[in-house]
Design a protein. Sequence first.
Length: 168
Amino acid sequence: MRRLPIGVILSIGLVIAACSSGGASSAPVGSADDPNSSTTTTAASSGTSQTTVPSSTTTTVAEPGPPSLALPGAPPLVLLTGSGGGVRPLLEWEPLSGAVRYVVTVYAETGGPYWAAETVDPSLQVGDPALPDDAMGPKIADGYAWSVFAFDDSDRLIASSELRTISP
């Protein structure tokens, strides 16, 4: 089994994490100190910036959803595993014609990559299921998510799955 350099795996995860942050949304947090002022202060959800806009202007910014991992014109990889498989679940997906290897990435609740591995099979065990739940090693926690990328024999990315949340 050929291994994908961890730097490539983490780069894929960081791109996905960046897509999921999508930008700040704004929400009113109160009026300016002067009650006669015609401005409302809004703060980004990250708490890092503030913008003053006229109170007669309503700005609506949609909350970002999960990032889209779909490749335009490519068939999606269909994930079969949902939640409830324990802290070291068997992650399974439908095999894709033309795929010779898959890269599975598990993301922590913060959106950053937590664990990644490569396989030629359409399934992969997270860690060793024979270990007790409190043992060291990769394991799933509430709020985690996972995705799969498929590569052909030319090492070209040919498909990707949705980002699916998973819990023990």
